[in-house]
Design a protein around this ligand. Structure first.
Ligand code: FAD
Length: 292
């Protein structure tokens, strides 16, 4: 099923879309671990699962397409295959798009990818909107396009205003649904959402939520996402820093509270960054399923 259609159907029933994100295991020998995780995640009855695209853009050993296709085939769950372009040539992108189409994938998240110092950039695509245009050119209506957005602004943008202006290019290039970067402060998301609408961006926006359940996740998550940390979050971390079990429970509760507040404020979608940990996603789902 096409994801924009899914958002439309859910909105008509006044319900949010509930989705999950997984990533391909680092080693190919571990590939089955992702299917074991999805087997467990089935209980959450997700509307779709998105599968990230490994940094580096090497198409030869990229398993995103196979995983997204298999989740759909084996479990009957709709999928979104991510695709980055900064490390890819036009030919690489063409090959991946063909692979998606031949694998019955209907939805692609068009991304630029991070520019990592020391890593080769192919310079054939500068931004996600250029990838979206390429997908449109090659597929017309076969593949629906989703895009990423940043409630607190992308780290390369001067400010949120500029980032939202740039987001318009992505929408103009065919992105029909946006999924947000993770955030811990719902107020930031609400402010962002109303600025999108003011800027004339009217596509559905799913809120990206990452349950933080281990102290080791905090520094890395914050560094990579640039998400600001509200008082309630830092207080939780400080209180349970040396108590892993309590931090685990509190992290899930924090994510549940965040999701419930978002849903009560009419968010169109909740997208859980599962970090391939089914137990955490299942617990969060348990805490919000009465609202889904
Ligand atoms: P862009 O939309 O190109 O934006 C990047 C920067 O350029 C922004 O500052 C923007 O304001 C600016 N910009 C955008 N368009 C233009 C333009 N036309 N002209 C001038 N400036 C412009 N990374 C992976 O490697 N694999 C994944 O699977 C993956 N999945 C993700 C999923 C989500 C939901 C999110 C939020 C991020 C994901 N990322 C992934 C990370 C993403 O690749 C990085 O955040 C990257 O730095 C930006 O990607 P983008 O698609 O948002 O880029």
């Amino acid at each position: 099923m096409k994801i924009p259609e899914l958002f439309k159907e859910k909105a008509e029933c006044g319900k949010p879309v509930f989705s999950l994100e997984v990533f391909p295991p680092k080693r190919k020998s571990n590939i089955n671990s992702i299917y074991d995780a999805v087997e467990q995640l089935k209980v959450t009855d997700p509307d779709f699962i998105s599968v990230t695209y490994g940094a580096g853009g090497n198409i030869a050993d990229n398993s995103t397409c196979d995983i997204a296709a298999n989740i759909k085939k084996r479990y009957g769950i709709e999928t979104v295959a991510h695709l980055t372009c900064i490390n890819s040539t036009r030919e690489d992108v063409k090959v991946m798009i063909e692979r998606f189409k031949n694998s019955n994938i209907e939805n692609v998240m068009a991304l630029r990818g991070d520019i990592v110092p020391g890593e080769e950039i192919k310079r054939e695509f500068a931004h996600a909107n250029e990838l979206a245009i390429e997908i449109q050119r090659k597929c017309h209506d076969d593949l629906e396009i989703l895009g990423a957005c940043y409630p607190e602004g992308h780290y390369e943008s001067k400010n949120l205003e500029e980032d939202i202006q740039n987001l318009k290019y992505k929408i103009g290039a065919g992105a029909k649904v946006l999924i947000s970067q993770l955030f811990f402060d719902n107020v930031k998301f609400y402010g962002f959402f109303s600025r999108l609408r003011d800027a004339g961006i009217n596509v559905p926006v799913a809120a990206g939520i990452m349950p933080v359940v281990k102290s080791t996740q905090i520094e890395r998550t914050v560094q990579l996402s640039g998400a600001s940390l509200p008082h309630g979050f830092t207080e939780m971390v400080a209180r349970y820093e040396y108590s892993p079990e309590s931090l685990y429970e509190a992290g899930i509760e924090y994510a549940v509270t965040q999701c419930r507040d978002l849903i009560e404020h009419g968010v169109e979608g909740v997208h859980i960054y599962t970090m391939n940990d089914p137990d955490v996603a299942i617990k969060v789902h348990e805490g919000i399923k009465d609202l889904l």
